[in-house]
Design a protein around this ligand. Structure first.
Ligand code: ADP
Ligand code: MG
Length: 410
C-alpha cells in the first residue's frame, strides 16, 4: 500500500474504492500524517459496549447481556524499520515511543502519557504471554467512546491496539483470545482489576444483537433486541476513576463471600444456599447483601435473555429496573447522579426500564424506550437531569448494536 498515487488519494480523503472516507477516519489519517510525515497503511476499529443487564457478575463467573455500540476507537498504522512503537492520539497530547525490546516496557512517568500504558500493556502481553513476534510500527488513535464514563473506552483501546499490533506483524488471532489478552493488559499492566465483559463485548460484538455472555466459559449467545424499542444511553457527566474506586473493594467482598460459602465463585451459589448460610451464621449480613445482588443478578440476566428470545420488551424493562434497585440498595455502587437519571427516565412516556450500566459510582445509565417516544425522551431526560444537577453536563446516545472489532477500509 505505498506509492505516491495512493498517498495523495488518502490525503484527499478518498478510499482506494473511490468512496470518500468518513470524516473521523479522514481526521485520523491527517493526524497520522502530521505526526509521522507519511500515510498509514492499515486501519482497525474496536467498539465500546453497553451492558443491558448483569452488572458486577463478570468477575463472579456469572452472566452479562452486553452489546457493542456505534462508538469506537480507531487506529491507523504503518510498519516502520527498527524495534520501536510510536503512538499518538487525537484525544491526547504528544507522541509516546517505546521499544519492543524493553523488558519490562516502562510505564509512563508523566501523567499526560498514562493513556499510552494501555497500548504498552497490550504490546507487553502479546510479546510475553502470547509469544508473538511484534514489529516496529507507528500508530495513531482516535475514539468517540467517552473516556471514563463506563462505555469501555479502555477496552476499545486495548482491543483496537491488539488488532493493530497483530496487523503490523501479519498475525491472526481469534476474538476471544484478543479479549483475554486485552483484559490481561488492563489487569497486569495498567492495574485495573476488571473482568472480561468489556473486552469480550468489544472483540466479539454481533451487529444488531445483544449477547448473553457466560463469563465462566466465555460462550456468547446472540439474540436481537425486541422490535420497536431503542437502547438509550445517558451519561451523567460524573466521572469515576476505576483504578481508585471502590470497585476493587466490591470484588474482594465477592471473593470473600464465595470463600465463606465454600465455592470458588458466586456463580455457584443459589439464593436458597445463601440464605441457609446466613441463617447458620456463616456470613455476616453486610457481606450477604453484596452476594445477594450478584446471585439474583445472574438469575435476572438469564431471564432477560429469555425475554429477548420471546420478544418481551416489557418484562426485559422490569428486570432492568430490578437490577438498578439491587445495585443501589444491596451492592451500593450507584450515586445521586445515577439514581436521579434513572428516576427521571422511568417517569417518562415510553420508558420500559432504566438502570445504571458499567461499574457504577458515576458514568452512564441505559434505558429501554419505545421507538416513537425516543426523541421526546431524549429531550425530556436531558432537561430533567440538567434541572436536578445544574453543575453536570449530561450526554445522551441512542445506539443500535454494532459489530465487534475488525479491520477498516482505508
Ligand atoms: P472507560 O473504559 O469506562 O471509558 P477507563 O477509566 O477504564 O474508563 O478508561 C479510560 C482511559 O482509556 C482514558 O483515561 C485513556 O487513558 C484511555 N483511552 C480511551 N480512549 C482513548 C483514546 N481515544 N485516546 C487515548 N486514550 C484513550
Ligand atoms: Mg474501562
Amino acid at each position: 500500500m505505498s506509492g505516491t498515487g495512493e498517498d495523495s488519494t488518502k490525503r484527499l480523503g478518498i478510499k482506494a474504492s473511490g468512496h470518500p472516507m468518513d470524516p473521523r477516519t479522514q481526521e485520523l489519517v491527517a493526524h497520522f500524517q502530521q505526526a509521522y510525515g507519511s500515510a498509514p497503511e492499515r486501519a482497525v476499529r474496536a467498539p465500546g459496549r453497553v451492558n443491558l443487564i448483569g452488572e458486577h457478575t463478570d468477575y463472579n463467573h456469572g452472566f452479562c447481556l452486553p452489546m457493542a455500540i456505534e462508538r469506537d476507537v480507531r487506529i491507523v498504522l504503518r510498519r516502520r524499520p527498527g524495534r520501536s512503537v510510536r503512538v499518538t492520539s487525537v484525544q491526547q497530547p504528544g507522541v509516546v515511543e517505546f521499544s519492543l525490546d524493553a523488558r519490562p516496557i516502562p510505564k509512563a512517568t508523566a501523567k499526560d502519557q498514562r493513556w499510552a500504558d494501555y497500548v504498552k500493556g497490550c504490546a507487553q502481553v502479546l510479546r510475553d504471554e502470547a509469544g508473538i513476534e511484534l514489529v516496529g510500527c507507528d500508530l495513531a488513535v482516535t475514539g468517540d467512546v467517552p473516556l471514563g464514563s463506563g462505555l469501555s473506552s479502555s477496552a476499545a483501546l486495548e482491543v483496537a491496539t491488539i488488532h493493530a499490533l497483530l496487523a503490523a506483524a501479519s498475525v491472526g488471532m481469534e476474538g476471544e483470545r484478543i479479549a483475554q489478552f486485552g483484559q490481561r493488559a488492563e489487569n497486569a499492566y495498567v492495574g485495573t482489576n476488571c473482568g472480561i465483559l468489556d473486552q469480550l463485548s468489544s472483540a466479539c460484538g454481533v451487529l444488531g444483537q445483544a449477547m448473553l455472555m457466560d463469563c465462566r466459559t466465555l460462550q456468547l449467545t446472540p439474540a436481537p433486541l425486541p422490535a420497536g424499542v431503542a437502547v438509550v444511553i445517558a451519561d451523567t457527566g460524573k466521572r469515576r476513576g476505576l483504578v481508585d474506586s471502590a470497585y476493587n473493594e466490591r470484588r474482594a467482598q465477592c471473593e470473600a463471600g464465595a470463600k465463606s460459602l465454600g465455592v470458588s465463585h458466586l456463580r455457584d451459589v443459589t439464593l436458597h444456599g445463601l440464605r441457609t448460610a446466613v441463617a447458620s451464621g456463616k456470613l455476616p449480613a453486610a457481606a450477604a447483601r453484596r452476594c445477594e445482588h450478584v446471585i439474583a443478578e445472574n438469575g435476572r440476566t438469564q431471564a432477560a435473555f429469555a425475554c429477548l428470545r420471546a420478544g418481551d420488551a416489557e418484562a426485559l424493562g422490569q428486570l432492568m429496573d430490578q437490577s438498578h434497585d439491587d445495585l443501589r440498595q444491596k451492592f451500593e455502587v450507584t450515586c445521586a447522579e445515577l439514581d436521579d437519571m434513572v428516576a427521571i427516565a422511568r417517569a417518562l412516556p415510553g420508558c420500559l426500564g432504566s438502570r445504571m450500566t458499567g461499574a457504577g459510582f458515576g458514568g452512564c445509565t441505559v434505558s429501554l424506550v419505545r421507538e416513537p417516544q425516543v426523541a421526546a425522551f431524549v429531550t425530556a431526560l436531558t432537561a430533567g437531569y440538567r434541572a436536578a444537577h445544574p453543575a453536570m453536563t449530561p450526554a445522551v446516545y441512542v445506539t443500535k448494536a454494532a459489530a465487534g472489532a475488525g479491520t477498516l477500509a482505508l
